[in-house]
Design a binder for this molecule. Structure first.
Ligand code: PGA
Length: 248
């Protein structure tokens, strides 16, 4: 069994019938897949996808969680609600949420805490913008983003998954080179090593235009433990190719 982890991030895509078709096609092709896998779906489809994934090795995931446990927070969804639907993974701090919803580093850390308290593995996204990369700030930015999460979550930090997602590579078709990804993953690995003796438990995924053509090369890097897949997770054949690349 490969220890690599491939997680699809459907973002705000899908529908009852499209979800069924996509998952039927993926399930039909799972034969040679030996890696760990999950799909993070929009909240309204958790119940549907929970049923569709029953009995398969693909875990159910969500894309966001509230910083609160319950109460007067209209429109929010708590970690315990996600847990009710068998959610195993929850993306936290995706750059689209940091950017379009003004999510702060403190909020990201609190969301991680809520997920962990309910036994859900948070997939913590970190990554620099193109301006930050060009200014030579990549390392400082991702370290600061991860540090906020480590600070708030102490010894539980070994229970998270980290996703390095350079903002300039998300949905742009412009992927980080394997060397660029590896360099940042090594920085994050060292930071986790300093934070917990159980750092080897933490998978560090790469995300940002990972696709059927480039997955194998990225996944071959020593510190790339898997992928967080957006666009390519919506096409069964492409997602299966990535799952197979991670199964070697
Ligand atoms: P992408 O998205 O694969 O479409 O670039 C990745 C992500 O945002 O998680």
């Amino acid at each position: 069994m490969s220890h690599k982890l491939i997680v699809g991030n459907w973002k705000m895509n899908g529908g009852l019938s499209a979800n069924q078709t996509l998952l039927d096609e993926i399930k039909a092709g799972l034969g040679a897949v030996r890696c760990r896998a999950g799909v993070c779906v929009p909240h309204p489809y958790l119940a549907q996808v929970q049923l569709l994934l029953a009995g398969t090795p693909i875990a159910l995931g969500a894309q966001d969680v509230s910083i609160h446990a319950s109460g007067a927070y209209t429109g929010e969804v708590s970690a315990s609600m996600l847990r009710d639907f068998g959610v195993r993974y929850c993306i936290v701090g995706h750059s689209e949420r940091r950017q379009y919803h003004r999510e702060t580093e403190v909020e990201v850390a609190l969301k991680v805490k809520q997920a962990l308290a309910c036994g859900i593995t948070p997939i913590v996204c970190v990554g620099e913008t193109l301006v930050q990369r060009d200014a030579g700030e990549t390392e400082a930015v991702v370290k600061r983003q991860l540090a906020a999460v480590i600070h708030e979550n102490g010894h539980c930090i070994s229970e998270i998954v980290v996703a390095y997602e350079p903002v300039w590579a998300i949905g742009t078709g412009r992927t980080a080179t394997p060397e660029q990804a590896q360099a940042v993953h090594a920085v994050l690995r060292a930071q986790l090593k300093a934070a917990t003796p159980h750092h080897e438990r933490v998978a560090i995924l790469y995300g940002g235009s990972m696709n059927a053509a480039n997955a194998a090369e990225l996944l071959a890097q020593p510190d790339v433990d898997g992928g967080l897949i957006g666009g390519a997770a919506l096409k069964a054949a492409d997602f299966l190719t990535i799952l197979r690349a991670a199964s070697r």
